[in-house]
Structures are given as C-alpha cells and as structure tokens.
Write a protein that binds this ligand. Structure first.
Ligand code: CTP
Length: 401
C-alpha cells in the first residue's frame, strides 16, 4: 500500500493507450491511492467515463462547466485536493496545449491552475514514433519540462499503428512505481551508493559450479530504496533473475573475483558501499576447461578449494573508503558475530539477519550494529526494511559539502 493516503488526479487524453490508462487507475487504487479520473473529449472516444467511474468509484470529471460543483470551479477543486496530477496517456496535442498554457478544456486548465509547489505534474506520452520525433513535439516536451512537469517515457517498441520505435506509453506498473518513488523522502539526494547483491557462482567446469541460496532480493530492494531516496545507485549483481530497479545502473558478474574487479575501481568514487552479496568464501583451485566426465567405477573427483578475495574488507581498507555497510547472515549469536565483523573488517555498520530463515523470502528482520550499540528494525517486507535502513543510513552520513 505504497500510495496509502495519496489522492491522484489521473488525466486521460485521446490515444489508443487509454486502455493502459484504465489499467493504471486500478494499479494506483491497489497501491492504496484514491483516484479522480479526468477525461478529455477525445479520450472518451477510446474508453468511456463509465469504465473509469467503475474502476475508481468516483464520477469522472469531463468539463470545466460543471454546475453540480457548488462553486462551479472544477479546476480549482480538483487541483487543490490532489497530491499529484498524472496525465497518462498524454498525446502530442495535449503536450502542445500544455506548452502553450491553454485553458479551454478541463484537463489542461487544471494543470495550469495546480499549486505547483505541492502538487507535482507527471506526464506519460503515448503516440506514433513520427509524431514523437517531430521537432514540434520535442520542442513542446522540453517546454513543459522547463515549466515544471516531469515526463515519464515514452518507451520504445511495437506500436498500435504497426510501426516500431519510440512512443509507447510506459507500462502501468512502471508509472505506479515512479509515482511511489516521487513520494519517498529524498534523504540521499546528491549521494552516490554502490551495492553488491545476490550470490556468486564459482565455476568448477563449463557446466558446474559452487553457489549459495541468496536470492538478491534484499540488495535489489536496497538499490530501489536508495534510488527512490534520490541517490545515484550502482548495483553489482551476482547471477539472479530480478529486474533492475528504475534509475539504477547495474553491472552483472558471476564469481567473487569478477565482483571484486567490478567494485574496486568504483568504490572510492562513492559515498556509501553496501555489501549485501553472499560472496562465496572459497572457489575451486582448478576450473576444468571441458566438462568433467563421470567414469563408472573410477573414484569421484576431489574438490580442492582456495579462499576468495573479501570484497568488503578490500573496500574498507582503501585509503579513502566510502561509508561501509556489511551484512551478516547468521544462524545464532547475531549481535556477537555482527560486532566481530564490524571490527575485523573495519566497517561503520553491520546489518545482521537470520540467514537460512530469510533467504529467498520477501520478509526479513534486521539488527543494526555499530560501534555505539544496536538498533532493531522489526519484521517487515524487504522493501519497507530497505527504506527504513536508507533513512537510518542517511542520518549517519557526514553532511554534503
Ligand atoms: N563479503 C565480501 N566478500 C567476501 C565475503 C564476504 O564482500 N569474500 C561481505 C558480504 O557481502 C557481507 C559480509 O562481507 O557484507 C559478510 O561477512 P563474512 O564474514 O564473509 O560473512 P559470513 O561468510 O556470513 O561469515 P562467517 O564466515 O563468519 O560465517
């Protein structure tokens, strides 16, 4: 329920992507928002106000000449109630009208009338690729951005007209997540954060290797939470099947040595390093170039292991290390083991959790251990915990110059 308590004015303008606009209304409501739909005359040719009313539980606003409003000022009432105005889909024509500050129909009128300092305006363009590429559309889009609107998209791909290119509206889930991010406190604005996540895979031969059960979910949740908080985030990920959080730069690696090679050159340029990865402590000494074959009756191959580099300890030992946060997955004596890691690896903070019971789960429970003491973050889903951790972390950082 990331949008609980938020009131969103959702504007639909006339394009095929209106069906996605209807879906977006559902996504916003599922996330806890109340949604007031506003439709232009051309939007009503693609989907009906009845559909949007059924989805949002509110009559759709379609005209500025609404005499059922006691003060007859729909544009003022709608824009004063809203925490954000989201226009999805936004056509080339609507963007042009917005660029000119036109006020002759309800949606563009209420965008102009909105109290800009507390009600953001977000627009998700959707149109044919030639219309998007046209200099007038590009000029108008730049103008509305200069005037304070935030433009989400468009994406590239196959279009309703059968062509292929830029102009697809962002998917409803992407727009919902971007709106959720907008409402998060910007406690890491201006900061750079480097995160490792997931397991590593240490090859034994071209088809086999040593790995572990880390899902990467906590690290990916932290990357998302840090990006939502305004940080510039780089995520170095071991082999996991998770989508990259919006706005995060991702580097994929496999082994501990690859992770070390990706992290070390970047670490000193970051304010914070968070090591959530479950890096394999050992790797096979020999990596066979061809698949090791089983020969019945012969003795099984012997596994000789050697120690992997410790990525976190190496970063913490840099001449000018970033603020270093380690993770500890333990089965017992959480605080004692965490404190030991804090000192041994010279970290500023260790985040401890019960390893086996949380691997792959969406929920977790954290114990923050620093030189001064401990703080518990009670059981919650990993994204809520990540957001709480980001807020805690922001308070520990030295002020930005
Ligand atoms: N870490 C790392 N590189 C390694 C090993 C661990 O960066 N080669 C980081 C992990 O990302 C995590 C922390 O160090 O932040 C975990 O420390 P570690 O002592 O390796 O933890 P465990 O292996 O879980 O501890 P132990 O061996 O004591 O059970």
């Amino acid at each position: 329920m990331d949008l609980q308590g938020k009131h969103i004015v959702l504007g639909l303008t006339g394009g095929v992507a209106c069906y996605k606009g209807a879906d977006l209304a559902r996504e916003l409501i599922k996330a806890g928002a109340t949604v007031q739909a506003v439709m232009t005359a051309s939007a009503q040719r693609f989907v009906t106000p009845l559909l949007l009313q059924s989805l949002t539980g509110r009559p759709v606003a379609t005209t500025q000449w609404d005499t059922t409003q006691p003060n007859a000022m729909a544009h003022i009432n709608l824009s004063r109630e809203a925490d954000a105005i989201l226009v999805a889909p936004a056509t080339a024509d609507f963007i042009a009208r917005l660029a000119q500050g036109r006020c002759d129909e309800l949606l563009s009128l209420l965008c102009v009338a909105r109290p800009a300092e507390r009600c953001g305006l977000f627009i998700a363009p959707a149109m044919n690729r030639e219309m998007w590429a046209h200099p007038a559309t590009q000029r108008n889009t730049q103008q509305v951005q200069q005037d304070g609107a935030v433009v989400w998209g468009p994406a590239s791909g196959s279009q309703a007209c059968g062509e292929l290119g830029d102009g697809r509206m962002w998917e409803p889930e992407e727009i919902r997540d971007a709106l959720v991010a907008h409402f998060q406190p910007k406690v890491l604005r201006g900061r750079t954060v480097l995160i490792t996540a997931g397991p590593t895979f240490e090859p034994l031969d071209p088809v086999r290797g040593l790995t572990n059960r880390s899902s990467g979910k906590m690290g990916f949740a932290l990357a998302r939470a840090a990006a939502e908080a305004g940080a510039q985030v780089t995520l170095v990920a071991g082999p996991v099947h998770l989508p990259t959080p919006a706005g995060v730069q991702r580097l994929d690696v496999e082994s501990a040595r690859e992770m070390q090679a990706a992290v070390l050159p970047l670490a000193a340029q970051h304010d914070v390093f968070i090591a959530t990865a479950a890096v394999a402590d050992w790797r096979p000494v020999h990596e066979a170039q061809a698949k090791i074959k089983k020969v019945t009756g012969q003795s099984s191959p012997q596994l000789e292991l050697t120690e992997n580099p410790d990525v976190l300890a190496a970063v913490a030992a840099l001449p000018k290390p970033p603020f270093c946060v380690g993770f500890a997955a333990e089965t017992h004596d959480l605080e004692r083991h965490a404190r030991d890691k804090l000192q041994r690896k010279r970290l500023q903070l260790v985040v401890a959790n019960h390893g086996p019971s949380t691997f792959g789960r969406d929920e977790n429970q954290l114990l923050l251990v620093d030189a001064q003491g401990t703080r518990e973050l009670p059981a919650a889903d990993k994204l809520s915990l990540a957001r709480a951790l980001v807020i805690d972390l922001a308070q520990r950082l030295p002020p930005t110059p």
